[in-house]
Design a binder for this molecule. Structure first.
Ligand code: NAP
Ligand code: G4F
Length: 339
């Protein structure tokens, strides 16, 4: 029988790519969505199926990581083979403003979902979206063996979830894995994360619609990869004979300044003429440098990041310029760039 997956965060960047991957593998996918007064399903619109269709395999269900009884009821009804927990308030800077809610979703949400799984479907396989932000001030390169030193409410919530997954694995024998993913981007990346903020601004400046781009810390260094490759790694973790935790990363590190330089150059622009500093984008505490060591994933999962820094910046700028020129939304750009 074709497997069933339950995906939280399906409307996000990773959720949309993961849904595509699982549907292409024949899965029936249940996606948790939040009720919103406006449509929040843009990233999965191209996957939408009429519930009356014969091969109806993408099933969207309402719920929230802050509503444990709903999660329990859903897992009793769906009884999935695999659970991917991607839901989070995932913006680090915002987490300083909304620390309590970020923790409720990112930390306690994991508890709610694992408890639901423990009672409803203990034989299911569980993936937790852990983050390289958990390393915080630990010097690079960072691997599964590195210590954690989180520097934001977001990172602390993720570390809670990370430790809980390990505890439920040991205490109850659950098949639960954490993927410690370093930054991964795409044309579907939220517009307030730095890479997409830059690629959108480049397109807009090139089109003569704006002149300045305001950024915070240009010295921060990140290990940026391409999101579709990372969701493949998530799936591979759940296909292993034993549950474990894995770093997914490119192994390269670059500064925000370098990303801006490359992105503007792609459009034939000089970044220094357009980028200005704005202290409002600085964080109370910063993560200065991330560079992942994904040796374990390469060895065990046969997973490797393929898209490198320059190609990533180029494809994001190309997608945003194309979208602006043709008046397209993100998922429509996909048809042109990633058929
Ligand atoms: P994203 O685009 O911000 O998506 C977050 C998803 O979580 C959205 O679907 C959002 O729903 C959902 N969500 C937020 N609060 C929720 C709640 N209370 N109940 C149910 N759903 C909720 O994030 P992403 O980049 O795809 O990342 C996916 C996961 O990986 C996140 O947990 C993130 O923290 C983690 N992560 C990301 C990266 C990265 O570089 N992208 C790296 C490491 C870890 P709405 O659409 O309704 O807001
Ligand atoms: O793009 P960012 O907001 O991503 P950040 O903070 O690294 O977090 C992302 O990656 C994590 C994995 O390591 C995920 F867990 C998390 O959910 C999220 O997806 O910022 C990257 C860097 C930071 O150092 C920030 O200070 O860019 C710097 N930056 C400089 N100017 C800016 C800006 N970031 C944003 N968002 N906006 C700016 O104007």
């Amino acid at each position: 029988m074709a497997p069933t997956a339950f995906v939280t965060g399906i409307t996000g960047q990773d959720g949309s790519y993961l849904a595509e991957l699982l549907l292409s593998k024949g899965y029936t996918v249940y996606g948790l969505i939040r009720r919103s007064s406006t449509f929040n399903t843009d990233r999965i619109e191209h996957l939408y199926q009429d519930p009356h269709a014969k091969d109806y395999r993408l099933r969207l269900v309402y719920g929230d990581m802050q509503d444990g009884s709903r999660l329990t009821r859903l897992l009793h009804e769906v009884r999935p083979d695999e659970i991917y927990n991607l839901a989070a308030q995932s913006h680090v800077k915002v987490s300083f403003d909304t620390a309590e809610q970020t923790g409720d979703v990112g930390a306690l949400g994991v508890t709610r979902l694992l408890e639901a799984m423990r009672t409803a479907c203990p034989a299911a396989r569980f993936y937790q979206a852990s983050s390289s932000e958990m390393y915080g001030s630990v010097p690079p390169p960072q691997s599964e063996a590195s210590a954690f030193s989180p520097r934001s409410p977001y990172a602390i919530s993720k570390l809670y979830g990370h430790h809980l997954v390990a505890n439920y694995r040991e205490a109850y024998g659950l098949f639960a894995c954490s993927g410690i993913l370093f930054n991964h981007e795409s044309p579907r990346r939220g517009g307030t994360f730095v890479t997409r903020k830059i690629s959108r601004a480049v397109a807009s400046i090139k089109a003569g619609k704006q002149d300045k781009l305001f950024l915070g810390n240009l010295d921060a260094r990140r290990d940026w990869g391409f999101a579709p490759e990372y969701v493949e790694g998530m799936w591979r973790m759940l296909q292993q004979p034993k549950p474990d935790d894995y770093v997914l990363a490119t192994g390269e590190t670059h500064s925000v300044r370098e990303f801006a330089q490359r992105a503007f150059a792609r459009a034939g622009l000089d970044w220094q003429k357009h980028v200005q500093h704005d202290a409002r984008y600085l964080r109370p505490t910063e993560v200065d440098a991330l560079q992942g060591d994904a040796t374990k994933a390469a060895r065990t999962l046969q997973w490797q990041a393929r898209t490198r820094f320059d190609a990533l910046a180029d494809l994001m700028v190309d997608a945003d310029m194309y979208a602006l020129q043709h008046g397209l939304r993100e998922f429509e750009v996909r048809q042109r760039f990633f058929p």
